[in-house]
Design a protein around this ligand. Sequence first.
Ligand code: PAF
Length: 290
Amino acid sequence: MTRPAVAGSRTELAELLDRSGSRVALVPTMGALHDGHASLLARARKEAGPDGRVVASVFVNPLQFGAGEDLDRYPRTFDLDLDVCAREGVDVVFAPTVDEVYPGGDPLVTVDPGPLGDLLEGEVRPGHFRGVLTVVAKLFGLVRPDVAVFGEKDYQQLVLVRRMVADLCLGLDVVGAETWRDPDGLALSSRNRYLSDDERRSALALSRALRAAVERAAYGLPAARWAAMAVLRDEPGVELDYLAITDPDLGTLEPHADTERPARVLVAARVGTTRLIDNLPLTLGTTEGS
Ligand code: PAF
C-alpha cells in the first residue's frame, strides 16, 4: 500500500501533480475520512482511469462555519485520513493551512451562491454556502481537475457546486456519488462521532423518516410528507430544522409542485448538540387515497 504524496502548499501541489496529459479527479474533503469518503475516492479513481491522478484535499474551511458552530471541535484525524487515501490509491493529498488558502485573511472576493444559498441549509446556516463555494472554487483553481466527486449526502451543496460550474463556465465534470450508510441506515458523516449511543439511536429516525416518505411517495407529496413527519414526531431526541420535498431537476430546491416526477426528500435536525442532514431520491405519484 503506497502512501500518497502530501502537498501542504500550492507550490508543492504543482510539483507533485504530474499531469502529463492524464485525467485528474479531485475529491474535496474536510478530513475525518470514513467509508463514505472512501467510496468517493474509489469513484474518483474510476473517473480518472488507471493512469489518471486522484487528488484528495483535506482542509477544514473556516469560511463555511458560522459563529457558534463546530469549527474548533471538528474532528481532525490526518494520519488516519492518509491510511484511507492510501487504501483507495490516492496519488496526492493536498492539505494546506488556513494561511495557504486565505493568505490575506478572509477573501474580499467570494462566490455568491444566489437565492438557492438562502434556502434549507442556507436559511439555518447563513453564509455557509458562500464559504463552501468560495473554497471549492479555490480548490478547482489550484488543482485544475477534469472531474470532481461530491457526496449526495450534502445534496444542496452538490446542486450548488453544479450550478457554480455551469454558471461560471468552470469547465469540469461534477459527479455526485450515492450516500454511504451503516447497515442500520444511518448516513455516514464525520459528525456521527459526536453522538452518544442514545443519540445515535435517536438519529436513526432521520433515515427512517426518509424511507417512510419514499414508501408513501406513490400517494403524492402530502402523504409522503405526513409519513416522514410522523416518524420524526415519534422521536423526542430529534429537534427538526426542516423536512423538504423538492424537484432536483429544478436546480433550485424550491418547494415541489406535486406532479409525477423524480424528487428528493431532505431532512436536517439536531440530535443533542450534533446537527445531521440526510436525503433520498423518490418519485411522487398520483395514486388515489393515502
Ligand atoms: O463537503 C465537505 O466536506 C465540504 O463542504 C467541502 C466540499 C470539502 C468544502 O469545504
